[in-house]
Write a protein that binds this ligand. Structure first.
Ligand SMILES: Nc1ncnc2c1ncn2[C@@H]1O[C@H](COP(=O)(O)OP(=O)(O)OP(=O)(O)O)[C@@H](O)[C@H]1O
Ligand SMILES: [Mg+2]
Length: 568
């Protein structure tokens, strides 16, 4: 390698905000990360720079696409030409229609990643980057990850150069990196003895949990994901929505309006405005509480409030709204507690989302006693809210570690991982991955063991599903399913892929379907063998071997349509 220094790239493609970090080896050979300012348009189409790129897409009347602050502003001004929170729909076939354009979650992610890619090009002045790490919730299944990777490819990154890492693990890497820079005595946590950390990452749209065993000795920093939570679309926006509904009811009561008599269009407009208001109020209240804590001011903070006028709120009228901390906490209370009754109807579940259940479920699903947890590590924008911090502490009764920068930690940690994933696989490297965290502190090899959040099941021609990968399976993994499935048609087969707890899970979700044709007629009832493997990036590939005399093979790549091998 010449004098040119390699740049390591990581992108936290968040539900609310996207963050881009570049890692570099400094002249003195230490490794540093820098969160990069991303150019984007503001409300008045001025080009500005910000470390947070709101994950909002705005398409103007000429079908031009914009990502970032302008999208956020358009949303506030009730434009119907914006798509936000689209990460919640990745891995599904959801579509939005904006003017003449029909787009899905992969398209939105592509536009966001294109902005990141262009920013990287400006920064590296066209020099090729070796790879990019994109973070995904620990709970993302293979389909959600594949769609994220697909978006990165469409945005111009090369497939082979893309790695993924789970968000909680990345955030914890960032924390340990910061700790490593301190001398031993000044570190908050001593990782020289194994520590079991429950990472609770609550951002705008996802509540992501991972339990990670960490140990750091002189030469080795080892992360073992020993449990990851199920996908839970609970985040800041749910708090904002509960508070907004409260405000709408209060408004109706004060005006003696019957909410049911307000048109759906008008009501949607009002709720949307109130969700935005509630988000601003929550962040303001939260900052004020933080300031008071910082200054050591001990007083009742329930009456801290935020007030704002909303133009054209109801019947073109300007209305003033105010929200106190007490009101915010009361109206969002259900989000903190698991429901006291059993919810039988799956469709009812979204109404009962809460932060307690995913934590407890992760522990019970993996048989991990609370007593074995050493610390809880909190990260993600919504973890800044005092109510969330207090409730998590109450649920687990453990010492809480706060990420020093909860909205950037994921992206920063992922840049360190990107360095590791590139250098580790390189033979001609003149840098040593052992030095990864050598910033005046210890050096270490980064060693990450990953697990699957959910089991993956398949069925053939709508038969009974069989598990090919168990929940909590360590990956990468290669396996074979033999003698359990049989053909039911002479011409071809249809395979459905499912994710869920196990094959008896009534809430099991179909992920995707694949069909393949045989090149020769195959006798019904012929045994099928499925050979499959899943890599570190949770990328699954399968081959179906139909074991008749011709031993026909059908290759199914989960990322693509079915490829049928020529018959032999
Ligand atoms: N000071 C604050 N207090 C409370 N909430 C805050 C504060 N600052 C930001 N938030 C909330 O944090 C959320 C965004 O957090 P973050 O940027 O970590 O999410 P994300 O990474 O985009 O989403 P996800 O991780 O769910 O995909 C928003 O709901 C925002 O309102
Ligand atoms: Mg996040």
């Amino acid at each position: 390698m010449g004098g040119e220094r390699q740049i390591y790239v990581a992108i936290d493609l968040g539900t609310t905000n996207t963050v881009l970090t570049l890692g570099k080896r400094n002249i003195d050979n230490t490794f540093g990360t820098e969160v990069i300012e991303i150019p984007q348009f503001d409300a008045t189409k001025n080009l500005i720079q910000s470390k947070l790129l709101p994950s909002v897409l705005y398409i103007d009347n000429d079908e031009r696409k914009y990502v970032g602050k302008i999208g956020k502003w358009m949303r506030e001004n009730s434009s119907n030409r914006v798509v936000y929170n689209s990460k919640r729909f990745i891995g599904t076939d959801s579509r939005w229609k904006i003017g003449e354009t029909v787009i899905g979650p992969v398209d939105v992610a592509t536009e966001i990643l294109k902005v990141c890619s262009n920013t990287i090009k400006r920064y590296t002045m066209g020099r090729e980057i070796k790879g990019v790490t994109i973070t995904v919730p620990a709970s993302f299944n293979t389909d959600q990850i594949n769609d994220t990777v697909e978006a990165a490819i469409r945005a111009g990154f090369k497939r082979k150069s893309i790695t993924t890492i789970s968000e909680p693990t990345a955030a914890l890497i960032d924390y340990i990196n910061i700790q490593s820079k301190r001398i031993q005595e000044d570190r908050d946590v001593d990782f020289s003895e194994l520590k079991r950390i429950l990472v609770f990452d609550i951002g705008g749209g996802t509540c992501d949990i991972a339990i990670i065993d960490v140990v750091q000795d002189e030469n080795n920093l080892s992360f073992k994901e020993i449990a990851v939570g199920r996908y839970d679309d609970l985040g800041g926006v749910d708090f904002d929505t509960w508070a907004a509904n409260y405000l709408l009811n209060k408004f109706a009561q004060e005006r003696k309006l019957n909410i049911n008599e307000i048109s759906e269009v008008q009501k949607n407009h009002m709720i949307n405005q109130l969700i935005i208001f509630a988000e601003q109020a929550k962040e303001r209240i939260s900052s004020e509480v933080e300031n008071m804590e910082f200054m050591g001011i001990e007083k009742n903070n329930d009456e801290i409030s935020f007030t704002k006028s909303i133009p054209d709120f109801y019947n073109d009228e300007i209305c003033e709204f105010s929200l106190t901390k007490r009101e915010f906490d009361l109206s969002t209370k259900p989000l903190y507690y698991k429901p006291t009754k059993v919810i039988k109807d799956q469709r009812e579940l979204p109404k009962y989302k809460n932060i307690e259940e995913p934590i407890l479920n992760t522990l019970t699903n993996y048989n991990i006693p609370i007593a074995s947890i050493d610390y809880v590590f909190l990260t993600g924008g919504m973890s800044k809210y005092i109510g969330v911090k207090e409730r998590v502490k109450e649920i687990l009764r453990k010492d809480i570690i706060l990420s020093p920068h909860p909205m950037e930690a994921v992206s920063r940690g992922a840049a360190i991982y990107n360095y590791y994933s590139i250098e580790e696989t390189k033979n001609d490297s003149d840098v040593n991955p052992k030095e990864i965290l050598k910033d005046g502190g210890d050096s270490a090899v980064l060693d990450i063991t990953k697990v699957l959040a959910e089991a993956i099941m398949i069925d053939v021609d709508e038969g009974l599903p069989e598990v090919i990968l168990k929940a909590n399976q360590r990956i990468p993994y290669t396996g074979q399913l033999k003698g359990k499935l049989k053909t039911s048609s002479p011409s071809g087969l249809k395979i459905n892929l499912y994710a869920g707890k196990d094959k008896y899970d009534s809430a099991m979700r179909i992920q995707r379907s694949y069909t393949g044709s045989y090149t020769f007629p195959v006798k019904t009832g012929t045994p099928i063998t499925i050979e499959y493997s899943i890599d570190e990036n949770k990328h699954l590939s399968m081959e179906v071997v139909v074991e008749d005399s011709l031993n026909e093979r059908i290759k199914i790549g989960v990322e693509s349509d079915v490829n049928v091998y020529e018959g032999r």
